[in-house]
Design a protein around this ligand. Structure first.
Ligand code: PBE
Length: 267
């Protein structure tokens, strides 16, 4: 409806993801700071969000989702971030690898790989797009590892092979983390590890590494998105630094929508 406000057109709903995501907390702050009191942030999951986006997009209907980059949705749909003049979502961030204390002593080869693992957005995107197109995540990761042995060799440099040592890596079912975690699992498997991937929520992922029930995760969005988790468990994990640089979070809409800024949601 062209006469109606954007709020009326989307029923004052922003399609969110899993409640533990830093993006949800950041979006709650955005609603607060921009005084969007009539708006509701709908909880769901990453998969439910992309399904809703796809459905609206195919009918050219208005929709506002919580989004992040890198993400395959930008290769499949013509989308834009709403400007954030107050800067509530923060600047570009990095994804960090986080190990449990003691991993370096217990599993030096795995530790070395996690420490050396680092890739650009294009590589992560290549894996994500394969998965979106229907490839099994494990197979998509396998394909990428097989086709990029030169890059993988840099991550495994100096890491000795092992004989079936067990490693458990936690991850949340965000498309970015499904891709990265499966790739690292393939690399560790090739080194001789028996790798278990454990899908959890964001809080339990950070807590699991802090308590030692998980050996690592490679899903620490920092400094802002996971700032609360980082502060809560600081000292109980080892931050191995960035594995991907230049991420972004925010409100994302189809390019055909006639709004450009979070401020436009007030009208
Ligand atoms: N994300 C993707 C996560 C981190 C990875 C932006 C949805 C979040 O905690 O918000």
């Amino acid at each position: 409806n062209a006469e109606a406000s954007v709020g009326e057109n989307v029923d004052y709903k922003i399609i969110g993801i899993d409640p533990g995501a830093g993006l949800m907390k950041a979006t709650a702050n955005v609603l607060d700071e921009y005084e969007l009191d009539d708006w509701t942030l709908v909880e769901g999951s990453g998969a439910a969000m992309t399904a809703a986006l796809k459905k609206a997009y195919n009918k050219e209907e208005p929709i506002i989702v919580t989004g992040w980059s890198p993400h395959w949705k930008f290769s499949k749909f013509d989308l834009k971030y709403l400007e954030d003049p107050k800067g509530t979502y923060g600047d570009a961030e990095n994804i960090h690898s986080i190990a449990r204390n003691g991993l370096a002593e217990d599993h030096p080869s795995a530790y070395k790989v996690l420490d050396q693992f680092n890739w650009p957005e294009e590589d992560m995107n290549a894996v994500m797009v394969q998965i979106t197109d229907g490839e099994d995540p494990e197979k998509a990761a396998r394909n990428w590892v097989d086709e990029n042995s030169d890059k993988v060799a840099k991550w495994t440099e100096g890491a000795e092979e092992v004989d079936g040592d067990k490693i458990t890596i936690g991850y949340v079912a965000w498309d970015t983390e499904i891709a990265s975690t499966n790739v690292v699992a393939q690399v560790l498997t090739d080194l001789g590890y028996k790798v278990t991937l454990r899908q959890v929520e964001a809080g339990p992922m950070w807590a699991g590494v802090a308590e030692g029930s998980l050996d690592a995760h490679i899903a620490g969005w920092l400094p802002l998105t996971h700032a609360d988790y980082y502060a809560e468990f600081e000292g109980k994990f080892e931050d191995l630094g960035a594995n991907l640089e230049g991420t972004k979070i925010g409100l994302v809409v189809p390019a055909y929508m006639d709004i450009d800024s979070i401020e436009d949601l007030k009208e």
